[in-house]
Design a protein around this ligand. Structure first.
Ligand code: NDP
Length: 331
């Protein structure tokens, strides 16, 4: 039998956490033969609720779940973890400026960077979910210099999956027949959902989405805004932000990273830019990636038209601005 892997979830008493921890305990994230020990961190005021989640995990009697640590102590939470899913953060409340949220969250990520650096297992893989996700991940990377930069990522898989979902709804095909959409850039409304390289599987092989949809007008406008604004649409409908889809796509992100992407398929991940596609080196930017042997690599050589170029640059520009705002908050 495999040794258990330790998986940290921060903000575990929150609504994404509540959807995420049972998925991890069921093997959705790391596979049906991989035992796990869950480390759940939340802040002191949420300690009682967190303990309630722990009670439910015990009650669910998950065969793969070999242990649960529920704590408000960052050091205890980070100890020897192999995977860290960072969901904890201040939500943007009514009347709060972007800078206020940024300031609260970047100082949390700076502190957690040090804890992970000192206490996590070597080669720990980190996924940042809490917003501003790319910039929180950037701060984490910069304040945990001994963690390899390729180990620190942020979640854009939900946006990626939303793009696949919209194409599948439009074409009335199964979502598993649609692949290779791309989310470029920031996990924010400036993200660029790109289907120029996406395909749909049919009896006669894979066809380009553009050809099958045959409506450039829709693909270049409504499709993009629907994906960009899907989060807001969920809030309007549920009076709460998306949680089950966020949790599910966090599992997809880690699973593909650890176990690999299927041949011929890429996914979107927010990763350290090496300058590919002219994106400023060092930014945490969402790219198309394939994964093998626990490592991601950016898909190279895709043709970028002028329309895409402008949108990829606009979202990069926002990330550069967020980066300087983050640093001004820390000073
Ligand atoms: P959620 O579980 O709903 O969301 C957690 C974070 O994920 C938020 O920052 C949210 O950003 C972000 N997020 C990223 N992508 C998405 C997405 N697609 N859909 C929805 N959310 C997304 O928040 P809760 O308030 O329920 O839970 C947060 C937990 O964090 C609480 O348990 C709280 O106690 C804890 N916390 C921990 C802190 C710390 O570690 N020091 C500090 C503050 C809180 P957005 O707000 O923009 O939706």
């Amino acid at each position: 039998a495999k040794n258990p892997m330790r998986v940290l979830v921060t903000g575990a008493a929150g609504q994404i956490g509540y959807a995420l921890v049972p998925m991890i305990a069921r093997g959705v994230m790391l596979g049906p033969d991989q035992p796990v020990i869950l480390h759940m961190l939340d802040i002191e005021p949420a300690a009682e609720a967190l303990n309630g989640v722990k009670m439910e995990l015990v009650d669910a009697a998950f065969p793969l779940l070999k242990g649960v640590v529920a704590t408000s102590d960052v050091v205890e939470a980070c100890k020897d973890v192999n995977i860290a899913v960072m969901v904890g953060g201040f939500p943007r409340k009514e009347g709060m400026e972007r800078k206020d949220v940024m300031s609260k969250n970047v100082s949390i990520y700076k502190a957690q960077a040090s804890a992970l650096e000192k206490h996590a297992a070597p080669n720990c893989k980190v996924l940042v979910v809490a917003n501003p996700a790319n910039t929180n991940a950037l701060i984490l990377k910069e304040f945990a210099p001994s963690i390899p930069e390729k180990n620190i990522t942020c979640l854009t898989r939900l946006d990626h999956n939303r793009a696949l979902g919209q194409i599948s709804e439009r074409l009335k095909v199964h979502v598993s027949d649609v692949k290779n959409a791309i989310i470029w850039g920031n996990h924010s409304s400036t993200q660029y959902p790109d289907v120029n390289h996406a395909t749909v599987a049919s009896n006669s092989g894979e066809k380009p989405v553009r050809e099958i949809v045959a409506d450039d007008n829709w693909l270049n406008s409504e499709f993009i805004t629907t994906v960009q604004q899907r989060g807001a649409a969920i809030i309007k409908a549920r009076k709460l932000s998306s949680a089950l889809s966020a949790a599910s796509s966090a599992c997809d992100h880690i699973r593909d990273w650890v176990l690999g992407t299927p041949k011929g398929t890429w996914v979107s991940m927010g990763v350290h830019s090496d300058g590919s596609y002219g994106i400023q080196k060092g930014l945490i930017y969402s790219f198309p990636v394939t994964c093998e042997n626990g490592e991601w690599s950016i898909v190279q050589g895709l043709k970028i038209d002028e329309f895409s170029r402008a949108k990829m640059d606009a979202t990069a520009k926002e990330l550069v601005e967020e980066k300087s705002l983050a640093y001004s908050c820390l000073n």
